[in-house]
Design a protein around this ligand. Structure first.
Ligand code: FES
Length: 102
């Protein structure tokens, strides 16, 4: 069963910031880009490396290990060596709480 779970407050993830949190056994990267929030699994689909602390350009994140890039809005793999999308999570804001569907 999936449900919305609070993972941060808006004060904790300001525009241009990100955090990585563990939720129900999953590592999740939460990003604030232009005061919109996006959440993806912190695991590259190429070789399971940590992804969410990679270089972010707009909404494109680059895996620190081998350079694959993903769109954090859609999860789509944009460049090799990754070909499989990274799982993403629906995000909503309730008051000052940021929640993901997980
Ligand atoms: S583990 Fe991310 S590109 Fe290889």
């Amino acid at each position: 069963m999936t449900e919305y779970v609070t993972i941060a407050t808006t004060a904790e993830v300001k525009d241009g910031e990100r955090i990585i949190v563990e939720v129900n056994g999953h590592y999740v990267g939460l990003f604030n880009v232009g005061n919109r929030y996006y959440a993806i699994e912190d695991r590259c689909t190429h070789d399971d490396g940590p992804l969410a602390d990679g270089k972010l350009t707009g909404t494109v994140i680059e895996c620190p290990r081998h350079g694959a890039t993903f769109d954090i809005v859609t999860g789509k793999a944009l460049t090799l060596p990754a070909i499989t999308p990274v799982p993403r999570y629906a995000v909503r804001v309730q008051g000052d709480e940021i929640q993901i569907l997980i």
